[in-house]
Design a protein around this ligand. Sequence first.
Ligand SMILES: [Zn+2]
Length: 352
Amino acid sequence: MSGEEKRRRPAPSATPWDGAGDGELSPAERIVRDCHRDMYRYRHAGAGLVGEADFFNGYDRDACPRCGSPAIEGNGRDANGVRRWRCLSCGRAFNPATGTVFDGRKLPVADWTEFLLEVFSYGSLAGAARSGRRSATTPPYWLAKLLAVLEGVQEGAALAGRVEIDEMMYPLPLADQPRMPDGSKVPGGFSKGKHCIGIGCDGSGASVFADEGLGKTSGARTLAAFGGHVARGSTLVHDMENGHNRLVRELGLRSERHNSKLIKRLPDPENPLAAVNRLCYLLRLFLDSHTGFDRTRLGGYLDLFWVMMNPPRDKMEKAAFVLDRAMRNPKTLRYRDFYARSPSSDDEESSS
Ligand SMILES: [Zn+2]
């Protein structure tokens, strides 16, 4: 925790919502607040279901999550006080958690909240496993759920005004590096063994992170990465990469180009690409802290990093944002795919 945060948050139990009444808060904000306040007691007493019924009941359902029919009727509450409905079209019962990552109660909301707070504290997965009573195999599974919930989170992210972009090359694991049939390195394969990650940011602090695939960028790739995020008429601040030209042309951008070899010697306040350089640096640290991660999920890790770098700033507000998104964007099937792909990484849940 930085000194600034310590000053801003003197009591360990304080939250961003302490002055607000329950009625002013969303169900997600309430459960993150309650979970945070009760965390010590919760962890040591093992008392489950901190405010879970209230959290789930805070999300109304106006259609069947299985068949989509709006013909549903209330069907009382379950033993935990969570509302139930029955679908008049397909006949099946459901509750607010049906179709979400919380379906079947395999994922206690309070545990996941704690996990989210650790993730947003830049905790590594190994650190998260050490600090709690969870098995070391749990975080990858929880992380897979988190990435499923965040899928598409950057849609609508908009950069405007003075927009800096750059690419970061991030290497494949050694075992996946391209090789010649005899095992030697591919000639000129330097960039082919690396993911190109497009990074953009503007003066308001907004940013975007896009996986452009293996090898260096191109006109089409730069356009695909940034075309939906940069406002027309903005000023693009960038290096001499020719792959950027098409983006400039098609969005009618003003172009401010810099020779990266010359400007990298400048101190930050004078470097026109200082903001995007800083994001490059932080992203590399973040990806390096998840060494050996499955590169097919790179886009998911970029979504997670986007949440870390963009508003809201407070980690509890970020956790509430994720919980709310999880309840509004059912993603059950996607994380079942995770079971199918790597059953061994999920000891705790596979029995249920
Ligand atoms: Zn139905």
